[in-house]
Design a protein around this ligand. Structure first.
Ligand code: UN1
Length: 527
């Protein structure tokens, strides 16, 4: 087991905390205050190289362990995640800005995934296939692919790494993981959990850094599978790089322009809750967040007035405050990106219903006062001298508009990844709703609110989606289900069972117990 390196914090490679080979460092920033949470080494090609060397060297011994023996290390991590749930949830909230119940939910989702992956160690997942020849037996067996490269986003900085890493490890692969550059503290915490569990050297490696470190992982021949969750832009680059290399696999899950269809048969209270959760939780920064509400004309006015009322008063504030519904956006550049989408909607003819994007100073939370943890394990006082000042945070509020549907509107097709929501009124049957729903390049998550089962079934069967919900928000997927999209939203489902597919190869194993060879195609060895 390695000793934690101190400020700046390094990479976790071959069971040790190591400083980067390069001299560059970077800061983790608290999105609520702009304050630095810690300094981290920025990974280079040379850091990725040593991590891959360690992962490659560790593979043979790791794969030789049984599934339950490998899972033992994951159970240790599982207990830590549960025991330290609230403490780790606060770190998630500090570093990625989502409000505290979501910070804790991130940790909950992580232990759910570890439970699923480690539990699978005692769940058989090979197949026995009947041979047509008596005296022959045939099986489909799975074996680990080798080294798995994992690249994960900042919005679920503890949960999503476990979607990838937990399954890859239990199945007998070794891992090199790069956390998002916005959430290196969470990266450090996850690596510490594996270190504390005593995972054998080289089996789990973590390199901090930016896209160039991720590219070095993706491009390296020693990597057998790449698991990626993040933006469509990066995901498509990865899929095309890896697609050109025979024998290498990439499973990517990317963004969406997700929608909720609210039909004339909707329970409007359910519709309202589903829309508010899907549009504003995580400040709209989930890849499954909804940016389009497609509402039938019969219920449009009533739904609109209720939704606008909630958006006007939704609590934006200190993410550590239990009363807050929406914390800040992740970083200043991202605020500008969302702002450009708001401007685009205006240019394309939107009628703006709620514009709290640039919050009034009176709406900004007061400066923090509570003591909070720091990345180096201490605590700092709240207030300007300690936690920083909210005046420097990346605050945004809801931006809600209505617009007449037109297939050419970019604001209805492009993802803003923020609390930017279009209301679209439709007249007609479920076919019309589906036509509008499917008119984006993406196909990740979506929901329908209706009490008519024919409408639900039409949505389930025809909406172009990986994740479809009825009378629910389009966020909040359970870990045991596949998670991913169709069209531009993905080329794989890098979660749960689909990760087993991506990190294992199948061998069709046929054995004969007979004294003469007999083949299904009737060939004989008679000469
Ligand atoms: C993401 O949107 O980036 O389904 C991941 C959910 C979470 C995962 C979201 N379980 O909302």
């Amino acid at each position: 087991m390695g000793n934690q390196s101190t400020n700046p914090t390094g990479h976790y490679v071959d069971g040790e905390w190591i400083d980067g080979r390069g001299s560059e460092t970077f800061e983790s920033e608290d999105p609520a205050t702009g304050e630095s949470l810690g300094t981290f080494h920025r990974g280079t090609d040379a850091d990725v190289d040593v991590a891959l060397e360690a992962a490659t060297a560790a593979f043979e011994e790791w794969r030789a362990l049984s599934h339950p023996d490998r899972a033992e290390y994951l159970w240790d991590v599982y207990h830590e995640l549960r025991d330290r749930h609230d403490e780790l949830g606060e770190i998630v909230t500090r570093e990625c800005g989502k409000e505290i119940s979501e910070g804790r939910a991130d940790v909950t989702e992580a232990w759910h995934m570890v439970e699923w992956a480690a539990g699978n160690a005692r769940h058989p997942h090979g197949d026995v296939v009947p041979s047509e020849i008596a005296g022959k037996d045939a099986y489909m067996r799975r074996k680990p692919r080798g080294v798995v490269g994992c690249i994960t986003p900042w919005n679920f900085p503890i949960a999503i790494p476990f979607w990838h890493v937990a399954v890859a490890l239990v199945e007998g692969n070794t891992v090199v993981w790069k956390p998002a550059e916005q959430t290196p503290w969470c990266g450090q915490v996850v690596a510490e959990l594996f270190d504390d569990a005593g995972i054998p050297d080289g089996v789990f490696n973590m390199v901090q850094g930016y896209g160039d470190a991720g590219e070095a992982i993706v491009a390296d021949d020693r990597v057998d599978t790449v698991l990626f969750t993040g933006s469509a832009e990066v995901g498509h680059e990865i899929a095309s790089t890896v697609g050109g290399e025979p024998g290498k696999l990439a499973a990517c899950e990317m963004g969406g322009k997700n929608a909720i269809v609210i039909t004339e048969h909707a329970d409007l209270e359910i519709a309202l809750q589903a829309a508010v959760l899907s549009s504003f939780k995580t400040t709209g920064q989930r890849c499954v967040s909804s940016e389009r509400l497609i509402v039938h004309t019969d219920v449009y006015d009533e739904f609109k007035s209720r939704f606008v009322d909630v958006a006007e008063r939704i609590a934006v504030g200190d993410p550590l405050d239990e009363e807050t519904f929406m914390g800040p956006a992740i970083e200043a550049d991202h605020v500008e990106k969302i702002r450009r989408h708001n401007d685009l909607a205006r240019e394309e003819g939107a009628t703006v219903l709620v514009d709290r994007f640039d919050l009034e100073p009176s709406e900004l939370p007061e400066s923090p006062t509570d003591d909070v943890a720091t990345a180096d394990g201490g605590t700092t006082d709240g207030g300007a001298a300690g936690r920083g000042d909210f005046a420097d945070g990346h605050w945004v509020g809801p931006f809600v508009y209505e617009i007449e549907y037109d297939s050419d509107l970019r604001c209805l097709r492009e993802e803003s990844f923020g609390p930017h929501v279009a209301l679209i009124e439709y007249d007609g049957d479920i076919d019309r709703a589906l036509e509008i729903h499917d008119d984006t390049p993406y196909g990740l998550a979506g929901a329908i609110v209706s009490e008519d089962y024919r409408q639900l079934n039409a949505f389930r069967d025809r909406a172009e989606l990986g994740l479809a919900y009825a009378n629910l928000p389009c966020i909040g997927a359970e870990v045991q289900l596949p998670f991913g999209g169709v069209k531009k939203s993905g080329n794989g489902f890098p979660s749960a069972r689909e990760v087993i597919e991506a990190v294992t190869d199948r061998t069709a194993w046929t054995i004969s117990n007979e004294s003469e060879i007999e083949l299904a195609q009737g060939l004989s060895a008679d000469v």
